[in-house]
Each structure stands twice: as C-alpha cells, then as structure tokens.
Write a protein that binds this ligand. Structure first.
Ligand code: MG
Length: 312
C-alpha cells in the first residue's frame, strides 16, 4: 500500500476539506480534524496540518495539493525531472496525446491552459485523471472544458500519419511535433500571458523530445517540464487528456460511419476481425485510410481475410 504525507497551512486544509466534503467519513482518532475516502485513497487531516494519503494513487492524490510529499513507495511516483513544489496549484499549460496504440483512428494531441484561479472550476467540471473517466463522461465535459479554457486540439488523420510514418518518422517524432504545435497554438492565443510552467505528459525524455523537433521553425522551450502521469500532477494535463480523447472518439465515430461498422479501439483480436471484414468489403486502400498501416494488425487482417475467402 502506498502512503504520502504532506504538510499544509490552515487555508489549504480548509480547501482540502471543502474538496473532499462529499466523500467525508467519520474517524474519531486523536488529532484528526477531517477524514475522507475518495476513489481508493483514504485522506486523513490532522490538527498539526499534516495530511496522510493512503492507498493506491496516494502519491498522485497528495501531489494535487502540493506541500512537501514524502512518498513511501517511490515506485508509484511519476517519472521525469524534479518538479517545483506546489505545482498542482500553479497556472499551467498542459499537453497530452491519445490514439497512438489504436490501429483504427488518428493520433490526437491537445494542449490546455488552466490558470491558478480557474483550477477550482476545472475540478468542478469533474476533470480528474482521464484514465478514470468513462468515454461518455468525457464527451459530456469536453465542450465545457473547451469553453472554459484556452486550448488547442490537433488531429492527425490516418492518411497523413501513414505518409509520414512511411517516410521514417517514429511515433515519438510525430507526437513531439504535434505537442510542440499544440503548445505553440495555445501560447499564441494567450496573447502574451505566460503560464508558470508548461507540463508535457512525458512520452520521451527532454533530450529526445527536442531532438525530434530540432528542425522546427519555432520550438517551445521556456519553462517546459516533463513528467509521466502528469494528468495527476496538474488539472491542465487532465483537461488536455480529455480533449485529446474526445477528438479521438469523434473521429472514430466519423470513421465508423464511413466503414459501415463500429470500429473497435486498441490493437487486439477484435480489431483484427473488424479489419479483415473491412478489407474483404472495401479493399486495401480503404483499410489503410482509416488505420495506422504499419501496425501488425494489417498483416493479421490480411491473413484472416485470405482464410475466409479460401473457405467461401
Ligand atoms: Mg500521455
């Protein structure tokens, strides 16, 4: 079980109590002023200002509140560089991507700026780690996030993806270029206003990231931080993650309609099955136009399709 202890001032304790008010539980231990259970994490606040987070996700939950976390399970802590303390309550421009592991559908990247004074609003909208939210919930709050925060959402259609992939671009390079572009767009819209930091949900280490985009005309470098699990570190990354996911889902709907069948996500067996059917009905070029062609699923689908036609 993972534990984290942080020390907070009275204001922050009050904010914490308000935040978890709906998940409050009774705990009559000495010195305890407040206790709650949220998700799998037990939160206990003491008179001394000490707050104890226990359970899976404790480190991430604690890091939302800044303070000096002392995680007792370093394995669960995010990887990346040393991050400034109190990051969770700063004005941050966050970015994240999705669709990179899905055979069908695009790669999407989003960047979203959440200033300190609007963190509470983002939390009110129900923005959490997007990995814990259902697609339906994300589709519902996506437009609200777009309305409330300066953002940029980029969709790399499959045909474009396949073209650059065939030129030798790695997924890392594709992602880095899109992140850089989305961040650039948001900064432009912010019109001179600067975030305290930019936080990229880390898919490559800093050096590799910047090597990928070395020949770009404009490279976003100032105050950039990298961390894995960044969606747990600042709500702006969680917002970006949701916007990227919503764009992916919308494009999947559009492609499903085009294909005449509901396209499955991921890259497993159901994907091979669906791809084989589409291949038989609509041919090679069409299949390529809605997939990441270099995935092993292309060959598997061709084998399945050949077997089927042999049988019929
Ligand atoms: Mg990510």
């Amino acid at each position: 079980m993972s534990n984290a202890v942080i020390q907070l001032g009275p204001d922050r304790i009050r904010a914490l109590m308000a935040h978890y008010a709906g998940s409050r539980i009774e705990r009559n231990a000495p010195g305890v002023v407040f206790a709650a259970k949220s998700g799998g994490v037990s939160i206990t606040a003491y008179k001394s200002g000490k707050v104890l987070f226990q359970g899976g996700g404790a480190d991430a939950e604690a890091s939302r509140w800044g303070g000096n976390a002392s995680p007792s399970s370093p394995k669960a802590a995010p990887k990346g560089e040393k991050l400034p303390s109190g990051l969770a309550r700063m004005s941050i421009l966050g970015s994240d991507e999705t669709g990179t592991g899905d055979f069908f559908g695009p790669v999407t990247v989003a960047a979203c700026f959440v200033p300190a004074e609007k963190i509470a609003l983002a939390e009110e909208l129900g923005v959490k780690d997007s990995k814990m939210l259902t697609d339906a919930h994300m589709l519902k709050i996506g437009p609200e996030i777009k309305e409330a925060f300066t953002n940029s959402v980029l969709v790399l259609p499959n045909e474009k993806y396949n073209t650059v992939q065939a030129k030798g671009w790695s997924q890392g390079k594709i992602k880095a270029l899109l992140h850089n572009q989305a961040l650039k767009h948001v900064l432009r819209k912010m019109d001179g206003l600067k975030p305290d930091h930019i936080l990229i949900d880390q898919f490559a280490e800093r050096g590799i990231y910047y090597r990928h985009i070395a020949s770009e005309p404009e490279i976003i470098r100032e105050n950039v931080l990298f961390s894995t699990k960044a969606e747990n570190l600042h709500v702006s990354v969680a917002c970006a993650s949701i916007l990227a996911r919503v764009a992916f889902l919308e494009e999947m709907d559009r492609l499903s309609e085009k294909a005449g069948t509901r396209l499955p996500k991921g890259a497993g067996k159901p994907v091979d099955e669906a791809a084989a059917k589409i291949l038989i009905k609509k041919g090679d070029d069409f299949l390529a136009s809605i997939t990441k062609r270099h995935f092993a699923n292309t060959k598997k689908a061709a084998m399945l399709a050949a077997k089927r036609s042999g049988r019929s």
